[in-house]
Design a protein around this ligand. Structure first.
Ligand SMILES: Nc1ncnc2c1ncn2[C@@H]1O[C@H](COP(=O)(O)OP(=O)(O)OP(=O)(O)O)[C@@H](O)[C@H]1O
Ligand SMILES: [Mg+2]
Length: 495
């Protein structure tokens, strides 16, 4: 009984299974001993008192989605038992045990508490309670059932009582909640400490990664006013492939064929789009068309790409430590890439002065390099590259920068998350040249949304080719022997 402070005495060995009540989710009789639990650790003074039921809040228009069928009574019972558990065991000793042993220890004690307090619950309820309590003590607490689901794209926690998820492009409020802001902060701390970082009042902003690769951002009080805000972009184990994008209607088979040729013929590509529009997913799909014998170097803020090729070097930036030292920026990585004899450089997200180095790489023999950036249209994407270079302190006339952009970037692909939640590739656009001071582009494919919406609010759009039969990269496609396929795809799209 390692880790136990004072074991409950005279506890019957078996839990009160006989009192099982099938069909009811909640435990019927929370123990009276700890009738006013939960608010043990008061929220920091900056945080206003919390509303317990999210559905009472006027901002919550929709009913929260049920995760695991937990009711209010269940949460009360859980808090009672959890508090009794905390009084019984020494958490610091428990943390020295391996997860399995610690889990068993917790299970033993919780079973005893349940029978001593004579809490009536079914075996299934008891099992989920045990699981939840183990998750609270050893794992990511209430987040665990959300993390276990592969259909969730994002988890957004706005303080202890409001947890949103994005499923199928739609954001939904859930019934998941934390005991209090202190538990939420604890879990945030647990997550970021795994990558050697801290989050507290002194350093309230932190990026981290879960062991499964999910990208995490925490912003803690006092910066975030109503308790810590935790955002998780779930790592999809089975990344979407181009075939999935076709199935979802994000792109047509002909459009996908053109993208395949773009990827295979080493055409410099920029993927532009808003937050969560599917840029990284698309970049990952595009890298699937790279030949196996090419040396590829990827540079990302948090490694998300999953390249299948054998010859890949993956690099990741590093934030500064608490003393503000040791930062390695994207620019440092891209510059270093050039000394690593890459054939292609893939930059997860271009957002600063590294744009200059990427462009240089693109027109100095690293054809087929790719990157993503935040912008709402291909044209805006090119403008953003220009402003990133200007803001990077390069003292170049804007005409020179534009010529450099035109000389480096061949194709811009625009990804968008539409208002109905669907994700589409809305433009495949070529960069042709400059006319005076203006960059000239030409759309090959666009997504038309003129047809409005159906009765369910789904956008009735359609991909169409703009009728360009000979794109500017035609010669390049011919060089790689892909011109017949390109012509066929463009012809089919034009019909
Ligand atoms: N075409 C698509 N259809 C449906 N879901 C998609 C599509 N593309 C991406 N997704 C899903 O949308 C979520 C966000 O995708 P992704 O990470 O690629 O976006 P992003 O634009 O890179 O986001 P960020 O700006 O945060 O980096 C992921 O869960 C992904 O699986
Ligand atoms: Mg991304």
């Amino acid at each position: 009984m390692f880790g136990r402070r004072n074991a409950p005495v005279n506890a019957p060995a078996a839990p009160a299974k006989s009192a099982a009540k099938r069909g009811s989710v909640a435990a019927k009789k929370p123990a009276p001993a700890a009738a006013a639990p939960a608010q043990k650790s008061a929220p920091p003074p900056a945080a206003p008192p919390r509303v317990i039921k999210p559905s009472n809040d006027s901002a919550a228009e929709a009913q929260p989605v049920e995760i695991g069928g937990r009711s209010d009574e269940y949460f009360q019972t859980k808090t009672t038992i959890f508090n009794a558990l905390i009084d019984t065991i020494d958490l610091s000793q428990l943390s020295q045990l391996d997860t399995e042993t610690a889990g068993e220890e917790i299970r033993d004690i919780v079973n005893e508490i349940i029978s001593i307090k004579n809490v009536q619950m079914s075996i299934a309820e008891q099992e989920s309670l045990l699981q939840d309590i183990c998750n609270d003590v050893l794992g990511y607490g209430p987040l665990e059932p959300l993390l276990a689901r592969d259909d969730i794209a994002d988890i957004m926690v706005n303080g202890a009582n409001r947890v949103f998820i994005e499923v199928g492009g739609k954001i939904q409020l859930t019934n998941v909640r934390f005991r209090d802001n202190a538990q939420l902060m604890n879990i945030c701390q647990r997550i970021v400490s795994q990558v050697g970082r801290r989050v507290d009042e002194a350093s309230p902003i932190c990026d981290a990664r879960l062991p499964d690769g999910s990208r995490v951002n925490v912003i803690a009080p006092p910066l975030s006013i109503d308790g810590a805000a935790l955002t998780i972009r779930k790592f999809k184990k089975d990344k979407l492939r181009m075939a999935d994008l076709i199935n979802f209607g994000s792109i047509t088979p002909e459009g996908a064929k053109v993208l395949e040729i773009v990827g295979a013929c080493r055409i410099n590509t920029l993927i532009s789009g808003g937050t969560g529009s599917g840029k990284t997913t698309l970049l990952n799909c595009m890298t699937g068309f790279i030949e196996n014998d090419e040396r590829i170097i990827t540079a990302e803020d948090a490694a998300e790409l999953q390249l299948q090729q054998p010859h890949v070097v993956r690099l990741e930036t590093r934030p500064p430590n608490l003393e503000g030292q040791g930062e390695v920026t994207m620019r440092d990585l891209v510059k270093n890439c050039l000394r690593m004899r890459p054939e292609r450089i893939i930059v997860g997200e271009v957002r600063g002065p590294e744009a200059f180095d990427l462009l240089q790489a693109m027109n100095t023999g690293h054809d087929g390099s790719m990157g993503t950036l935040h912008a709402n249209s291909p044209r805006e994407g090119l403008q953003r590259i220009e402003s990133m270079i200007t803001m990077g302190g390069y003292n170049l006339p804007s005409k020179t920068i534009r010529e450099m952009i035109v000389g480096s970037i061949d194709i811009v692909i625009q990804a968008a998350r539409l208002r109905d939640g669907s994700r589409r590739i809305t433009h495949i656009t070529e960069v042709l040249g400059t006319e005076g001071d203006t960059i000239i582009t030409q759309d090959l494919f666009v997504y038309d949304m003129d047809a409005g919406e159906d009765e369910n609010g789904a956008i009735l759009g359609r991909h169409r080719s703009t009728g360009i039969a000979r794109p500017a990269f035609w010669d390049r496609a011919r060089y790689y022997g892909r011109e017949a396929e390109l012509a066929a795809a463009l012809d089919a799209a034009a019909e």
